[in-house]
Design a protein around this ligand. Structure first.
Ligand code: ADP
Length: 359
């Protein structure tokens, strides 16, 4: 079902936690709320879940307003960061809880619990207690408990934050698979941009209680509407300048930078100050021969390697350009030494990698 949030406002005393937030989740969509700590993500999720009664605006599922509808009558499934399982109940007991509350007959209940545990890969674990499970398994139980009621909407609040890196990746895959299978409209809150970029159909970036940007992951990463959203989703290699009269390039100290043909962000006017930028993976270090791969354009300036961080599969270099500009260059180095600190290099940028945001 669709979930619509209209002009939502929430206050805690003098703190305006949400201010005029409007979003629409299409039926079956996996929608992410992303933003720094304190931007209002949890407040929005709690308002949708029904834990906040006093708010401005409206929250609707399909055509039905949720104003005044208590949490247990919303038929929403919820998964929290800390699992929130009942320690004294078995896995079966935990998963069956929502069905008992809904007075689902015992025989039916058993079948649905088994089905939900099967879906999260925990068939056969029903007799254990949460204390006898790993963190990842506990989070699967929490997911099964949310899914078993066949919720109209699934709400996930930082569900992977307490898991270590490897488990987080596995669970992420699991959540994607289950979502594809069930097609439940899902609102997923995280502060981790990689989690959002890798799972979302669409996402919204919140900033101080307002929606800063919305879009599909790739589009938002490549063509963010504001500097804040550009910075939040990844490293920004910036070149300050002015948007040309035809809006197709930014005039910078290093010459004109051609922008990709995609729509320009609102608020960017011809002749106005603008920041052109590209991402670290769109920049290469030109080798001694000066030969360039097709579709790369050399930058009209030298650069100095400040430092390199070896990340295993790649190395992230910090480089300095004229005008004290600091950039980052991501380099895949196979059977090769890294570049030494202090090395003078030439850089080239992939054609079509440039975007611009208002200064
Ligand atoms: P996030 O989940 O993005 O970290 P929150 O929704 O938790 O953000 O918080 C949004 C804002 O509301 C923050 O400024 C936070 O300090 C404030 N806030 C959250 N909960 C309360 C509360 N119970 N009382 C007062 N202020 C709160």
């Amino acid at each position: 079902m669709s979930l619509q949030i209209d002009n939502l406002g929430v206050r805690y005393g003098n703190v305006r936690a949400l201010d005029g937030v409007s979003l629409k989740l299409e039926p079956g969509e996996m929608f992410f709320l992303l933003g720094p700590s304190g931007c209002g993500k949890s407040t929005l999720l709690r308002a949708v879940a029904g834990f906040i009664e006093d708010f401005d605006g409206d929250i609707r599922i399909g055509a039905e307003s949720l104003k005044g509808v208590p949490p247990h009558k919303r038929d929403f499934g919820m998964v929290f960061q800390n699992y929130a399982l009942f320690p004294h109940l078995t896995v079966n007991g935990n998963v069956a809880f929502g069905l008992e509350a809904r007075k689902v007959p015992a025989a039916d209940r058993e079948a649905r619990v088994a089905e939900a545990l099967q879906m999260v890969g925990l068939a056969g674990f029903g007799g254990r207690r949460p204390g006898e499970l790993s963190g990842g398994q506990q989070q699967r139980v929490a997911l099964a408990r949310a899914l078993v009621i066949r919720p109209r909407v699934l709400l996930l609040d930082e569900p992977l934050s307490n898991l270590d890196a490897k488990l987080r990746w596995d669970m992420r895959e699991e959540i994607r698979r289950i979502h594809r299978q069930t097609k439940i409209t899902t609102l997923y809150v995280t502060h981790d941009q990689k989690e959002a970029l890798s799972l979302a159909d669409r996402m919204a970036i919140l900033r101080a209680g307002k929606v800063e940007a919305t879009g599909a992951p790739r589009a938002l990463y490549q063509y963010p509407p504001t500097r804040f959203s550009a910075d939040f989703l990844g490293d920004v290699n910036a070149l300050p300048g002015k948007l040309s009269a035809d809006g197709k390039a930014v005039a910078t100290a290093l010459g004109p930078v051609p922008l990709n043909g995609s729509a320009l962000p609102k608020g960017l006017r011809p002749g106005a100050p603008a920041t052109a930028f590209c991402r670290p993976e769109s920049v290469i270090v030109v080798d001694e021969s000066g030969a360039l791969p097709a579709d790369f354009v050399p930058l009209d300036a030298g650069a100095r390697i400040v430092s390199g961080a070896f990340l295993g599969e790649s190395t992230l270099y910090e480089v300095e350009l004229p005008g004290q500009l600091r950039w980052r260059v991501l380099r895949h180095e196979t059977r090769e030494q890294g570049l030494p600190d202090g090395a003078q290099v030439k850089l080239a940028v992939a054609k079509g990698a440039w975007a611009a945001v208002p200064e």
